[in-house]
Design a protein around this ligand. Structure first.
Ligand SMILES: [Zn+2]
Length: 220
């Protein structure tokens, strides 16, 4: 199974991707985590992408494609892409790369969220600067408010989650995704998921859609 998840920042793609991977034994590729890791390790690639990330801008296509290519090709037993592709050139490059390796994408799930619900998700998000655990004051609170469960460090609001950066990220997202939606809608195997509900409700819908899709594909 090779699945890509699309959706704005805060749509819960990361959580759902992790659950899909656990259920179907797939590798989870989160472009956000991969970029943050590159940035943190201070690789030459990391230094080049740092300014883009810190300012809520998209990392340029050529860098993004370079970062993701070897990773997806190594995942022969299947994967879930979360946050990638983000632009039409990235989708086209991905298609080319995967087709050449005879491992095409099976399914694209597009997460759609009510904008008011989305805003609230960001306001409450907290992260541990040490172990990178993510919390939410409403839906996934730490045991002691403001303190990491794992290492007792003080939780912070990630640079990416600051209101101005968030607004910029969502704007950038909407603008950049329009051609990509059209591209995938044309190719079938593109399903919309209403991701405004609770995490568990969305998981049920997502797993159900995936099972149905692969059952239908196997039957035909
Ligand atoms: Zn921690």
């Amino acid at each position: 199974m090779r699945i890509a998840l699309l959706g704005p920042p805060g749509a819960g793609k990361g959580t759902q991707a992790a659950r899909i991977c656990q259920t179907f034994h797939l590798i989870h590729f989160s472009s956000g985590d991969i970029l943050r890791a590159e940035k943190m390790f201070g690789t030459s690639l990391g230094r080049r992408i740092r300014d883009f990330i810190d300012n809520g801008l998209l990392v340029p296509d050529d860098l993004m494609i370079q970062i993701m290519e070897q990773r997806v090709l190594a995942a022969r037993d299947g994967f879930v892409l979360d946050g990638y592709p983000r632009t039409l050139p990235q989708s086209q490059a991905l298609k080319r790369i995967l087709q050449a390796a005879d491992m095409p994408l099976d399914l694209v799930l597009n997460f759609v969220v009510d904008p008011k619900v989305l805003a609230r998700r960001f306001e409450g998000r907290r992260i541990c600067p040490v172990c990178l655990a993510v919390y939410h004051v409403d839906t996934m609170p730490s045991k002691i408010p403001g303190v990491c469960d794992h290492d007792s460090h003080e939780l912070i609001i990630r640079q990416d989650d600051m209101p101005d950066v968030v607004r910029k990220r969502i704007e950038t997202y909407q603008e950049s995704m329009a051609p990509l939606f059209a591209y995938y809608a044309q190719q079938g195997d593109f399903k919309t998921i209403d991701a405004s509900g609770s995490v568990d409700d969305v998981t049920r819908v997502v797993l159900d859609k995936i099972r149905r899709h692969f059952e239908a594909a196997t039957a035909s």
